[in-house]
Design a protein around this ligand. Structure first.
Ligand SMILES: Nc1ncnc2c1ncn2[C@@H]1O[C@H](COP(=O)(O)OP(=O)(O)O)[C@@H](O)[C@H]1O
Ligand SMILES: [Mg+2]
Length: 331
């Protein structure tokens, strides 16, 4: 049962398993994922391509297409309500209303034949109690808030640059003051300078609108700028979870450490090589027994290849799914 006290998380995902039944086998995209986000907090969900990040977000919005997709097991409580038991009407009002999502390429979510203002207006009319002029006023306020001149509202998506389109996506997402904003690789398609502007925008707006944030990314730098907590995902489940500082100061899972070692830092030797994680993510149709990372793990022992450890709290609030977390940072 969900915890319904004041301290209850806004979002509480337990043991989520999602699979895709394909011709080449059953793809185990998400395998027993646990995740929670508290009100007003931001969580960074980090992992390489194929880890199951987008599938998790789509499962929460009940947007996994079936077939081939299937939510096999688990529970997802959003603000105390069981998302898996919601009716189609409840789901429609949740999507875009209480939970909004921005995508890597906003072009895929924007309507090419509607002006920007029409699209923001449509979202506000659908999901807020505002009517008539109030809706237009609110739409223009949102455009100003994200740095788009209101007169540009008459333009169509193709008339905007990638960075400006992402601002439009953010305006639409936040127009109804969602309780949770999901941003799936929101800056991956953008130039570095524009990335920084969009990161700044999300960070500021998240505080102004007081929305919770699930930021999906493979970029540890962006997480460090925005997030309160960090979850590292590998082969469909979390391997490490902690508040930002302990995770960056003392990453413990060998996979997390590998991620950090693969990022160049000013301390690295000039011209020196980065330490990369050897091997590839396991085939999701044929996951290894035990810990999913064991085939690539330099510290793996026999037990890792037979039974996964499960999350253990190695310091307050810092959870690691590993029998032999590396404490190299202690010495
Ligand atoms: N519609 C689909 N059909 C089959 N496999 C899928 C589908 N969507 C995602 N997958 C697979 O599920 C796994 C997780 O994908 P995804 O959630 O997109 O990862 P991420 O967002 O972390 O890159 C991958 O192996 C991917 O190929
Ligand atoms: Mg993805």
């Amino acid at each position: 049962m969900p915890d319904l006290t004041n301290n209850a998380p806004l979002l509480d995902i337990r043991d989520l398993a999602v699979q895709f039944n394909t011709d080449s086998g059953v793809v185990h995209a998400v395998n027993g994922l646990n995740l929670s986000i508290h009100r007003g907090k931001s969580l960074g969900l980090v992992g390489e391509t194929g880890a199951g990040k987008t599938t998790t977000a789509l499962a929460l919005l009940r947007l996994i297409q079936s077939p081939p997709g299937e939510i096999k097991s688990g529970s997802m409580f959003f603000d105390g309500t069981d998302v898996l038991k919601m009716t189609e009407t409840e789901l429609r009002s949740m999507r875009g209303g209480r939970i909004a999502m921005i995508f890597q390429d906003p072009m895929t979510s924007l309507n090419p034949i509607m002006t920007i203002e029409e699209q923001i207006v449509e979202m506000i009319s659908l999901h807020s109690g505002l009517r008539g002029n109030e809706v237009t006023t609110r739409a223009r306020e949102m455009m100003t808030l994200v740095g788009i001149r209101p007169e540009r509202g008459r333009d169509y998506p193709h008339q905007f640059s990638g960075g400006m389109r992402q601002r439009v996506g953010i305006a639409i997402a936040l127009a109804c003051e969602p309780a949770l904003l999901i941003a799936d690789e929101p800056t991956t398609a953008l130039d570095v300078t524009i990335q920084a502007q969009v990161v700044d925008l999300i960070r500021n707006l998240q505080k102004v609108v007081n929305t919770s944030l699930l930021l999906i990314t493979h970029d540890l730098g962006i997480v460090a700028e925005i997030c309160d907590d960090v979850a590292i995902m590998y082969a469909g489940r979390l391997v490490e979870y902690a508040p930002l500082r302990p995770l960056y100061k003392r990453p413990m899972h060998p996979y997390t450490q590998g991620l950090f070692n693969a990022v160049p830092s000013l301390d690295s030797e000039p011209g020196g090589r980065l330490t990369v994680i050897q091997g590839l993510m396991p085939d999701p149709t044929d996951l290894p027994q035990g810990c999913g990372f064991s085939p690539r793990c330099p510290a793996a022992q026999d037990i890792c290849r037979s039974v996964a450890c499960g999350m253990k709290e190695y310091e307050p609030g810092h959870f690691v799914d590993c029998y032999f977390p590396n404490h190299a940072w202690e010495v």
